[in-house]
Design a protein around this ligand. Structure first.
Ligand code: TYC
Length: 106
């Protein structure tokens, strides 16, 4: 159309970075805290059911939390970590245990 700028690409040289600077998404540690009331076998069951651990690994992590006060269950994306914390907390309350599950940036 007369007088309208056309849409053809100009002759400018367009460069693109070889490695665009994209930040990696942050990861989050999901942790269990010790308490005096939740039974050991319940904690082992939680670690097996929600974190895919076998009996030996779950027992080792449970005993670590029992003796040291806190322990890492796994490292996940923010969404997955939030979901694990919610599922473990809901399951623990449903069984009337005070088990605390938290997350923090890795
Ligand atoms: N301290 C609890 C007990 O002696 C066991 C326990 C382990 C509780 C780990 C919570 O995250 C926990 N029965």
């Amino acid at each position: 159309m007369a007088g309208q700028p056309d849409n053809k690409l100009s002759d400018e040289i367009v460069t693109q970075e070889a490695r665009p600077k994209l930040k990696k998404p942050p990861l989050f540690k999901v942790m269990l805290l010790n308490d005096d009331f939740t039974p050991m076998d319940f904690v082992v069951q939680v670690l097996k059911s929600f974190f895919g651990m076998n009996e030996d690994k779950a027992t080792q992590v449970m005993l670590h939390v029992h003796t040291r006060g806190v322990g890492v269950c796994g490292v996940f994306s923010k969404d997955v970590a939030e979901t694990k914390v919610r599922l473990v907390t809901d399951y623990s309350r449903k069984h009337q245990h005070p088990l605390l599950c938290t997350m923090e940036e890795a």
